[in-house]
Write a protein that binds this ligand. Structure first.
Ligand code: UD1
Ligand code: CA
Length: 453
């Protein structure tokens, strides 16, 4: 295979999104739209990735990762003008150049490679990735002439009624033999309804100079979906979710209702895990094998062992060990390390807390900034008073300790191994190993006392 570079056009404002955020940074499956395109190119046969930015350029550069040569387009005068910005960087380049739109994230690695291969096999000067769609509204139409040869691309706004009926559309992805392109880019004009330099006009100019133009229709038309407004963003998200869920199911994950399970692009789940409805698994989350997640769960950036069960709960930035159960209605905030065989029950909030193997926090507790050993029982309604109004303090609870119901543990505090705290205590000083602390007033009973009014 000869040399192959790619230019991604991502300088447009995305006016139709009606947003402060540059369009190509909107998240799709938790990852910026443009990052999807860059990642696909990274896995393809492309050797060099150039991205043209303009609107919100710095923000885009800061947020997109990869080995990228960045170019600027100011002002943004259309897609032809955007590709023209690459002429200097690619001057003398003798290979082929793939051009992709930064707002079309559903294209796959196979399709990108196939586009380059078809372009070469057919010895074309320009090859368009096209698609036959049910609703071509908004897309450029592929106009074919005698012998079904591609003659031109006509933009929706500039198309005649007859051309508007064409259902083969331009995806905005192309492969060009670069050597002959620079001259053609210079001579594009902006004589159209938008007063822009359309890259699509290069097709008729290749044809006029006798060059060969091909169009390769993709079999799955969802791949060409471009995102111009938030309605299309939602449609693209659905499509992306369908793909992620399908992949996971084929890897051995049960998803009871793929329509209500949402996954970010980079999550992983182990074999025989089950995802129940209304569950969001986000960020860098890794779920082990035979876990049951859901219903109604939101997990972000967590690492779960095997056979973990989480239902009706939220967990963020934490690790949860094998066979631990969480919920219903638990809130695990960032920085928790929860061991194996732990039980985190209903209405429990944990923050920056380590909990050792086999410990239990079964109901109605707040445990924050705590180091809890293994085999500890934290009774119903226990809270750590970790904040004195100025600073946060640590509560340490040794292995096998028993904290009675409705106790307040006022940090900084150390409760020794196998120590007991009597129910209803407010503990303000350390409790040594093996001892019992009672910190509440003694009950008094007035017999035969009854209001006499
Ligand atoms: C474009 C194509 C259309 C195709 C559609 C596929 C043109 C003229 N039209 O239309 O045939 O069916 O994509 O989705 O090319 N951009 C720049 N600089 C600019 C203008 C745009 O970098 O000056 C970038 C945008 O950031 C975007 C991409 O080019 O990522 C496409 O631009 P957009 O305005 O969305 O073009 P469409 O109207 O969708
Ligand atoms: Ca577009």
């Amino acid at each position: 295979m000869g040399k192959l570079a790619a230019v991604v056009l991502a300088a447009g404002q995305g006016t139709r999104m009606k947003s402060q955020l540059p369009k190509v940074l909107f998240p799709l499956a938790g990852k910026p739209i443009l990052q999807h395109v860059v990642d696909v190119l990274n896995q393809s046969e492309v050797e060099k990735i150039i991205v043209v930015t303009g609107h919100g350029s710095q923000q885009v550069r800061d947020q997109i990762q990869g080995d990228i040569t960045w170019l600027e387009q100011h002002p943004q005068l259309g897609t032809g003008h955007a590709l023209f910005q690459a002429c200097q960087e690619l001057s003398g380049y003798s290979g082929d150049v793939l051009v992709l739109c930064g707002d079309s994230p559903l294209v796959t690695v196979e399709t990108v490679n196939n586009l380059a291969k078809t372009h070469r096999d057919r010895a074309a000067e320009a090859t368009i990735l096209s698609a036959v769609v049910d609703d071509p509204t908004g897309y450029g139409r592929i106009v074919r002439g005698e012998e079904n040869k591609v003659r031109a691309i006509v933009e929706h706004r500039d198309a005649s009624e007859q051309q508007q009926a064409i259902r083969e559309v331009n995806s905005g992805a192309y492969c060009f033999r670069w050597q002959s392109m620079a001259d053609k880019l210079v001579s594009l004009d902006n004589d159209n309804s938008q007063g822009e330099y359309y890259l699509t006009d290069i097709i008729s100019s290749v044809r006029q100079s006798g060059g060969k133009v091909e169009a390769l229709p993709v079999s799955d038309s969802s791949e060409v979906m471009g995102i111009n407004d938030r309605v299309q963003l939602a449609q693209a998200e659905k499509e992306m979710q369908k793909r992620i869920a399908t992949d996971l199911m084929l890897q051995g994950v049960t998803i009871l209702d793929p329509d209500t399970a949402w996954f970010d692009a980079n999550v992983s789940l182990g074999q025989d895990s089950t995802v129940l409805p209304n569950t969001h698994i986000k960020g860098k989350t890794r779920v082990g094998e035979r876990c049951i997640i859901g219903p109604d769960v939101f997990i972000e950036d967590c690492v779960l062992g095997d056979e973990v069960t989480i239902r009706n709960s939220v967990a963020e930035g934490s690790s949860i060990g094998d066979k631990t159960t969480v919920g219903p209605y638990a809130y695990i905030r960032p920085g928790c390390e929860i061991g194996s065989g732990v039980r985190i029950g209903d209405f429990v909030e944990l923050k920056k807390t380590r909990i050792g193997d086999g410990s239990k926090v079964p109901h109605l507790s707040y445990v924050g900034d705590a180091l809890v050993g293994s085999g500890v029982n934290i009774g119903c309604g226990v809270i750590t008073a970790n904040y004195d109004g100025k600073e946060k303090h640590i509560t340490e609870i040794g292995d096998e300790a028993f904290i009675g119901c409705n106790s307040n543990l006022v940090a900084p505090l150390r409760i020794g191994k196998s120590a007991y705290v009597a129910a209803g205590s407010t503990i303000t000083s350390d409790v040594p190993e093996g001892s019992l602390a009672i910190a509440r007033s003694r009950q008094s009973v007035k017999e035969k006392w009854r209001r006499k009014d």
